[in-house]
Design a protein around this ligand. Structure first.
Ligand SMILES: [Zn+2]
Length: 140
């Protein structure tokens, strides 16, 4: 539903996102209106794409290139020391805006996001035999 999509509307009318940062022919980057860190940015393909399987290869390249360009701008402007990249794709992923987007979350050493603390509460360590069996199943 490209006509209803808030990100498509932003692509068509830049005044809807005056906090835009950079663009290319196929991708656009703008500050998230609900950031979890200062400088939290979204990078989108300009073509309406709901989940990763909808994104044309050339649009993925454009999103990747713009993500790199904007991450560098963020580091220079904010003095950050890294970034986390994140995307949600598909109904099981808690995707909230149904136009695929990559989050750039600027990070500094010792900041309060504590991603690794959260991660440590979720990881498990299966036996290697389980991983091998799973890999065979996925490879088909
Ligand atoms: Zn859209």
């Amino acid at each position: 539903m490209a006509g209803q999509c808030i990100f498509c509307k932003i692509v068509e009318d830049r005044s809807m996102a005056p906090q835009w940062l950079a663009e290319s022919d196929r991708a656009l980057a703008f500050l998230d209106i609900h950031p979890i860190r200062v400088g939290h940015t979204l990078v989108i393909p300009k073509a309406h794409s709901i989940e990763l399987f909808d994104v044309a290869p050339e649009d993925w390249v454009a999103v990747g290139e713009l993500t790199t360009r904007v991450a560098r701008l963020l580091r220079e402007a904010l003095g950050t020391r890294g970034e986390n990249l994140f995307a949600a794709s598909g109904p099981g992923s808690e995707q909230s805006v149904f136009h695929l987007h990559v989050h750039i979350i600027p990070r500094t050493t010792g900041d309060d996001l504590r991603w690794n603390d959260w991660w440590a509460t979720k990881v498990f360590t299966p036996p290697q035999s389980d991983l091998v069996a799973l890999a065979k199943r996925i490879r088909g």
